[in-house]
Design a protein around this ligand. Structure first.
Ligand code: SIN
Length: 313
């Protein structure tokens, strides 16, 4: 089924829908965000096919699940390169928890609970809290491509939130209030909150924390491809709103975090082996559910693509 046929009215105004290619095998996964693409030749796709995929991605509010993908690490990186420059483990002096980068392919970050001979094969509990990748940097990641190589028989889902749909659901009065606001994002935020997420646990007492990046971004972000506005705050990294008293900032952020994580704005992805999931960090956030460890191994390869300075909407 073509995605155009499955679009609901809330995405009818997305740019480029008229270019949707009916030859792509696309099926909507939830009313709010996410579409599944089958039989897509990741390693061998043409530029035109890639453009069609991008359009489907935009129509699916920035989340695509490519099924039954068989690619090598080099092909994974080459495909990610179509979206932009991959972030490299070794090239980033601020790289935290650097030993989880793939030893032969520094653009691949390994997310896993797998341990061989006492050596962790990836970072366990990566992203087990609501966040958008890299917002503590000045140029947060454009997108991430996570490839499921080994999966437990159950659990280990990833939940995604559409930050454009939740923005649209706000009242005009709230939209006006948010217009022009900026917020500070920092890796240290989780510690300040007393959160038990894994970044916090692994960073406690480490020099990494002192070097943790901090960035200021618009609270409402413009998406250059779709023309959509989306909220650009997340519980993982957004510490406060600039220019507000701390109680005001706390209340507003708490409202926005509760608002954006309502069930109506979420899609929960149950992984299948060889899924390649691509999410747009401009307009989504995600949460890795850490419930599976008693059931088996989860081993994923992630490539994140560098982004640009967010533009205020
Ligand atoms: C991440 O936040 O990049 C990890 C997501 C996951 O493991 O599901």
């Amino acid at each position: 089924m073509a995605l155009a046929a499955a679009t609901s009215s809330n995405i009818a105004n997305i740019a480029n829908t008229e270019n949707l290619d009916t030859s792509l095998n696309v099926k909507r996964l939830s009313p709010v965000l996410g579409a599944e693409v089958t039989s897509f030749d990741v390693a061998g796709c043409t530029d035109a096919q890639f453009e069609q995929l991008l359009t489907a991605w935009d129509c699916a509010h920035g989340l695509l699940v490519l099924r039954d993908v068989h690619i090598s690490p080099a092909e994974h990186i080459a495909f990610a390169r179509r979206f932009g420059e991959p972030a490299m483990g070794t090239a980033d002096p601020h790289s935290i928890l650097g030993h989880y980068w793939h030893p032969e392919f520094p653009a691949i970050y390994r997310v896993s609970n797998k341990v061989i001979n006492g050596v962790p094969q990836g970072r366990e509990d990566a992203g087990t809290y609501w966040h958008t990748d890299g917002t503590h940097g000045n140029t947060p990641s454009r997108c991430s491509l996570l490839y499921g190589l080994e999966l437990p028989p159950c659990g280990g889902d990833t939940i995604f939130a559409s930050l454009s749909t939740s923005y649209e659901a706000l009242s005009d009065t709230m939209k006006r209030l948010l217009q022009g606001l900026t917020a500070v994002h920092t890796l240290a935020k989780t510690l300040a909150d007393g959160s038990q997420n894994s970044y916090a646990k692994e960073l406690v007492g480490k020099a990494d924390l002192a070097a943790a990046k901090t960035a200021t971004h618009p609270v409402v972000r413009y998406h250059a491809r779709t023309g959509h506005r989306s909220l650009f705050v997340n519980p993982g990294f957004t510490s406060h709103i600039v220019g507000m008293h701390s109680a005001e900032s706390k209340a507003l952020l708490e409202f926005l975090f509760a608002h954006t994580t309502q069930q109506e704005f979420l899609y929960r992805h149950q992984w299948r082996r060889n899924d390649l999931v691509i999410w747009d960090n401009t307009c989504t956030m995600h949460y890795a559910v850490s419930d599976y460890k008693a059931y088996g191994v989860r081993y994923m390869h992630r490539v994140s693509v560098k982004g640009e300075t967010p533009v205020a909407a």
